[in-house]
Structures are given as structure tokens and as C-alpha cells.
Ligand binder design. Sequence first.
Ligand code: TYD
Ligand code: MG
Length: 452
Amino acid sequence: MSKNKNTYICQSCGAAAPKWSGQCMQCGEWNTIAEEIAAESIAYQGYAGREASIAKMSDIAVEDTVRQSAGSQELDRVLGGGIIMGSAILIGGDPGIGKSTILLQTIAHLSQSLDVLYVTGEESPQQVTLRARRLGLPEEKVWLLADTEIERILQQAQKQKPRVLVIDSIQTMHTTALHSAPGSVGQVRESAMQLVTFAKQTQTALFIVGHVTKDGHLAGPRVLEHMVDTVLYFEGEQDSRYRMLRAVKNRFGAVNELGIFAMTEKGLREVNHPSAIFLSRYEQPVAGSIITATKEGSRPLLIEVQALVDQSHMANPRRLCVGLDAQRLSMLLAILHRHSGLATHGLDVFANVVGGMQILETSADLPILFAILSSFRNKPLPANLIVFGEVGLAGEIRPVTGGQDRLKEAAKHGFTVAIVPKANATQTEHSMQLHPVATLKEALQKLDAFWI
Ligand code: TYD
Ligand code: MG
């Protein structure tokens, strides 16, 4: 390919530019122009073109997808039951969160039964080996390659024919087809494209590591997420030893599936009873804290939600969320005002999910409101109370999925009283005293019996 064939395309409106610039002249967006390999224009060939083949769905042969265990129940769960050959898996997360560690552990396990190749663009082979040794991983069959040029890497891969290929990380990779620097939008996308094509053609399982920028997006284009089959994100706080791996996209399984690990001196270990780690053990119940049962993916999880309501000294009172959606908090405060009369205009409201977890689903609405009320009144709620439910704009309490699973998990951990949406209270967990509610008003009335 001739080197001067490349063009610069705005990723927002698709306009072509002769050279890179900070702003697109067509649509005015900033930082959207990326280098691309110019495609040869193909003249319309009409009916004389190549005949495409169509087939009936029933005639398409589908082999049973065989899943290879990654050697960890938690990782298998997030992947939808194991690794599928020929699939491309992107693992994103902050630097230092454990992406290289989990892949090294996985690939060392897989090397026992398959040919594997670990391509490192960030660390030297010595560093990788040192880590593997420290973790006590089997090293004899793990092939390493320290390189950053996609063409050379694929050449090696074509020779060695690994069944599993790890690229750590995509931001360090570059293809000779483009002039731009490694890590730029064009480079990341083009490199990933070549890798994914290789994986599909050779039925190799491909793991790509991607770093995340400060605003939480994968550095480089979001299109990376469209090119791969599965996108996994590491969540968790740097100072907490727990790490959550979440599937945000999966062509071969459910999304929002969570895998929970603990970072130890011997690498990442699975956490088998995750509910226990997110529950704080207070000697006395404290104000502003409540336990809810979430269901991220297929597994119910008990999590503590905290709120702090305080006099504000600012013109615009603060609404701050950690692990929750801030927009949703504002909405909930408006609903609370309308349906209970509690005005928070002059108050700062902070909400937090304990343990670095993120709650993406709406079942945390009711517990957040209860935590806010508890902090506002400076009165605790009983420690054996569990709450979940979505709150609608009209003040109605909407049912959530998997109510029974949530109640079961709560009962398992010794909770005996539950305030839940009416529609979720059809079958009872025998040890659980259920309080079904249909509206926020009703829920607040019920709550009056519980204040300590
Ligand atoms: P790493 O996998 O290198 O992160 P990433 O590839 O996502 O940037 O993880 C590095 C962090 O994990 C580092 O802060 C040290 C910590 N760690 C442990 O605590 N124990 C271990 O056994 C290993 C290998 C790393
Ligand atoms: Mg790394």
C-alpha cells in the first residue's frame, strides 16, 4: 500500500480532510479527526458483479461452540461460561488494576492444554517472567514475544499458530500502514482490526488489553468495542483489594455479569462468597446506611448503600455519587420532595456504594432514598432490614427482576425483614418477613415502624 494514500476522516461526521487538525471544518467537533487507510474506490458493477450466496437459516451448519475454561470460575462466568475459540475479548481498566496479572494467570493455566502466545508491548520478557515466577505459575509452555509492530507480531503468530493470543496492550501497538503514533485513534483501530481478522481466520482466542482514560472510556476509539465480541471492564478502587470484572458487551453471554477477585501477594484470587465482603459490620446500626440486594448479571449480591445529608454552604448544593448515577440521584431527590415533602434545596447530598462497587440497575432507588432519609433524620435503620425497588416519577414503586433470588441471598446472610415492591412479594422466603409496597408514600409509612 502506498504510504501517501492515507486520509484523515472526522469520526463524528465522516468528512474527509487533507491533513490532521484539531477541529473538523465540516461539523465543528474537536479532536475527532483520525488517520485512516484510504479504501480503493470500487466502481458500481451492477448485475455483472459477483453473485452473492444466500442460504436458508435452517441449512446453516452450526458446530456446538466449545468453551475452554479459563481456569477461574469467576472469569468463566463473566465470559458467559468460558473462552470460545476465534472470539476477540477486550479487557479494559485503569492502569495497575490487574489486567496483565489476570491474563498472565489465565494464559499460564491455558498453556497446559493449548499453545499460547503472550505479546507484551509494555513490559520486558524479564519483567513478565519475574512476575510469573513470583506467582508460582507454570512457565514451560508460555511463549513470550516483546514487540509492538502488528505486522511482525502476526507473522510470528502465523508461524507459531497459537490457539490463544494475548496483546498487552493495544495502545502500545502500531501498524506500518499508518504514520500516526501508537495509541492514536487510527492506530488503535487499525491494529485491532488486523488482530481480530487474524483471530477469526485462524480460530484463535484473542485477548486485547486496553487502558482507560480518566473519563472512563477506553483510550482510543469506542469503535474498538464494536470490533470485538466481548468487552470486560475492571472496576474497583486502587486502595481496596477487591476487583470486579464486568462484562459490558458479550456476543456469547449475558452482559453485566460480574466476576469478583481479590488482589493478593500471590496474584488475583477468586472471591467465592462476594456478598460478605460488601457488608460492613457495625457494632451499632448507624444513620445513613442501608443494605440492598442487587442483581448484576445472574448473581444476587448484598451491598451497603450510604448517604450523607448536610447543610450546604454553596449557592449550588452538591450532589455527589460514588458507584451510582448522579443524574438518577437528582431525579430521586425531586421525587422525594414531591411525594414526601422533604426539600433538599439547601442541603448537600452524598451517596456512596461501599467497597468500590458500581450499581448500574434501578433497584437501588428505594434504598438510596431510605439512606438519605436516615441521614437527614440522623436515625439508624435496623441491621436486619433489606430493601430494594425502583422508584418511578409518579412515586410508584416498580418491581425489579430476580426478586426471589435477591430475597434468598438476603435470607442466607441473616436478614429477616424486607421492604420490597408489591409485585416482587408473591412468594415468601419463609424466614423473611415481607413488607410489600406499591408507592413511595406507602414505603415511607412502613419505614416509620423501623426507626431506631
Ligand atoms: P497489573 O496486572 O500490572 O495491572 P495492569 O496490567 O492493569 O496495569 O497489576 C499491577 C498491580 O497489582 C500492582 O499495583 C501490584 C499489584 N499486584 C499485587 O498486589 N499482587 C500480585 O501478585 C501482582 C502480580 C500484582
Ligand atoms: Mg499491564
